[in-house]
Write a protein that binds this ligand. Structure first.
Ligand SMILES: Nc1nc2c(c(=O)[nH]1)N[C@H]1C(S)=C(S)[C@@H](COP(=O)(O)O)O[C@H]1N2
Ligand SMILES: [Mo]
Length: 358
């Protein structure tokens, strides 16, 4: 692994990754369903070229009846359309110091699309998962090298997680065919988990009798305190609220300018552990907080809109913050350093938006 950096500037590798993997424009938080093209992207290697007409998905390994499904076979099954908030586990990484050299997300690695697909569970039941299977392994068609190891992008789920009724095989996004960059022709969607579990460009699904130890499972995507720490696997999304930065931005610095008086602020919040119960707003860098108004969530796995009328009062510099708390009592740390870990995962520190009023 490249050594973490304390530089305030982004290096050429980080800039290259950021150009390939764009974030959601934060003003996109105004849309309940993120338009395709505004939704963030995370592509480890290359987008594979796959022909939906000849596409086949084998379901094999420790199963009684191995299956081989064409895209039409999958689409002929009962379909559901579900809004799911997706967030990259590396979101917030750029706020760390030292920070790992990887996709340098600040807050924008999020989106909430409406995914159309079919539940995975009945397919696994049809294949007849054998008693000695402990995990389901999902492999992608994309191949590359990470930390010197050549591999297909692959991730596993425990049998219990894979059997959750909300886990889907998905061919549609926002009412359209799944676009190439989001996993065409077929991807997995694992609601509530960080994005890495939702394997794109599915090449195979296999029931396995040993826990999967591939690099994207055993080395990456773990909360580690140091290089020799085996770490804790990353699973569900921590609570996170974001705001549409109010006012107007300066082109280069993106610093915000707002008029004095009442300023409407709004955004979205989510948690993979349970419903968001509270979203608070602060205009003084997190010293004092006000409760905001929460709308009805779009769905169990989607995000929820919050809004607040902020009395900007006297002209001057303000630092706006927003913080979510979920039904399990989990909330967000004030500073990224509190969430520091070697890979820069799950850094859900409160968003800070400096605004010049007046
Ligand atoms: N096959 C494959 N699946 C993948 C990835 C990948 O690089 N290859 N990236 C993962 C990561 S880390 C994230 S955050 C999400 C991003 O999904 P999106 O690009 O559709 O937003 O896809 C996940 N699935
Ligand atoms: Mo990710």
């Amino acid at each position: 692994m490249t050594e973490p950096t304390t530089s305030e500037e982004f290096g050429p590798e980080e800039v290259g990754l950021a150009l390939r993997n764009h974030g959601m424009h934060l003003e996109g938080l105004r849309y309940p369903v993120t338009p395709i093209g505004m939704h963030y992207l995370l592509i480890h290697f290359d987008v594979p070229l796959l022909d939906p007409a000849t596409y086949e998905l084998p379901i094999s390994g420790r199963v009684r009846n191995p299956l081989r499904l064409t895209l039409d076979d999958v689409k002929a099954r009962p379909a559901v359309t579900v809004p799911v908030a997706m967030e990259c586990s590396g979101n917030g990484r750029a706020h760390l110091s030292p920070r790992p050299v990887s996709a340098p997300w600040r807050e924008e690695a999020v989106g909430c699309a409406e995914w159309t697909g079919t539940p995975l569970r009945p397919i696994l039941e049809e294949a007849g998962v054998l008693d000695d299977a402990v995990e389901i392994l999902f492999s992608g068609h994309d191949r590359g090298i990470d930390d010197g190891v050549e591999h297909d992008y692959e991730r596993s789920l425990t049998l219990e997680e894979a059997m959750r009724e909300e886990v889907l095989l998905v061919w549609g996004m926002n009412g359209m065919a799944l676009p190439p960059q989001h996993g065409s022709p077929l991807r997995l969607i694992v609601p509530d988990w960080y994005g890495m579990a939702s394997v794109k460009w599915l090449k195979s699904i296999a029931a396995v009798s040993e826990p999967f130890t591939g690099i994207q499972q055993a080395a990456k995507y773990r909360y580690k305190s140091s290089a020799n720490d085996p770490g804790v696997p990353i699973t569900r999304k921590k609570p996170h609220a974001l705001m549409v930065p109010p006012g107007i931005p300066d082109y280069l610095s993106r610093k915000r300018y707002a008029p004095s008086g009442l300023v409407h602020v709004e955004g979205r919040a989510w948690s993979g552990f349970g419903p968001v119960e509270r979203v608070e707003f602060s205009a003084d860098g997190g010293r004092t907080w006000d409760d905001t108004k929460l709308d009805e969530p779009l769905g169990t796995h989607a995000w929820v809109r919050w809004s607040h009328e902020w009395d900007a009062g006297e002209p001057g510099e303000y630092e706006l913050c927003v913080r979510a708390t979920d039904a399990t009592g989990k909330t967000q740390p004030l500073n990224a350093s509190e969430a520091w870990n070697l890979g820069g995962y799950g850094v859900n520190a409160v968003q800070r938006v400096p605004v010049l009023v007046g």
